[in-house]
Design a protein around this ligand. Structure first.
Ligand code: OAD
Length: 241
């Protein structure tokens, strides 16, 4: 592993363009539950009951209860060394793009600037009537929060299953992956599309592709480098001299 870390660190330091895809595993060491696996959130909660537009139409109170619970949990956590290392890495690379599936806002809190939040941000709320979107830092927004512009029902500003990604954010993500010399994939099971396809895009366009994850994933076989470890332990090592 030491050799692989050195090789990857050297490639990152010499690169003009680096793209990183992160998932829930990067926030795991902050105490944020991941989605899949034995302790994952989708083990105890059915995503079709909580994270689809159909679930929200059927029972918006239940969906808001879930999101208020997650907002409260997230309001109590801090960034971890994985977030901090990625923020520091950005300052070393001329063109650095961080594509995240995480909605927790922890990358920005850690100081990352060029972030594409392809699954949205849990601290944003959007009106289902007039479309007005704004940030709201309150952990608990109540049973059925209303829009302060038109009084319509608010929804969380995240992308649910059965919804499309913002086309412009996706275009930017594909562009960053296709132009990257190094693509890092950290803390994601890489099963949710289209996010999971970015590593393949980067590889087809010639990038060195590396995975940081304590477990093997469906994409491990296509990786040039697979670093088996926690993101909060491995990512800081990539910055050591
Ligand atoms: P998952 O829960 O599917 O995967 C988390 C990954 O993190 C697993 O591969 C773990 O092995 C790994 N992991 C756990 N602890 C880690 C650590 N300390 N360091 C590094 N890796 C660690 O989460 P995502 O891949 O992010 O989408 O899930 C993708 C999407 O599915 C989410 O954005 C969400 C979810 O349903 C929507 O809600 C639309």
């Amino acid at each position: 592993m030491h050799e692989d870390i050195r090789r990857l660190a050297d490639r990152i330091k010499g690169a003009d363009r680096v793209c990183v895809l992160t998932g829930a595993g990067v926030s795991a060491e902050s105490g944020v539950p991941t989605f899949r696996g034995p302790q994952g959130m989708w083990k105890n909660h059915d995503p079709t009951e909580l994270a689809t537009p159909q679930a929200f139409s059927r029972d918006p109170k239940l969906v808001w209860e879930f999101y208020n619970w997650r907002r409260t949990l997230l309001s109590e956590v801090q960034c971890n060394p994985a977030h901090t290392a990625l923020a520091a890495m950005e300052s070393l690379v001329p063109h650095f793009t961080l594509v995240t599936q995480n909605v927790d806002g922890l990358h920005r809190k850690a100081g990352s600037a060029n972030i594409i939040e392809i699954h949205g941000n849990i601290w944003n709320v959007r009106c289902t009537s007039c479309g007005h979107e704004r940030q709201d830092p309150s952990p608990n927004l109540g049973e059925l929060p209303c829009c302060d512009v038109c009084g319509g029902l608010l929804r969380p500003g995240v992308v649910w299953f059965n919804e499309s990604l913002d086309p412009e954010l996706w275009r930017q993500s594909v562009e960053a992956a296709s132009r990257a010399e190094v693509m890092l994939v950290a803390g994601t099971s890489a099963v949710v599309q289209p996010a999971a396809s970015l590593a393949g895009v980067a590889k087809r366009f010639g990038a060195l592709v590396a995975e940081i994850n304590p477990e093997a994933t469906d994409q491990s076989d296509m990786m040039d480098i697979a670093l088996r470890g926690k993101a909060g332990e491995v990512l800081p090592k990539l910055l050591e001299d």
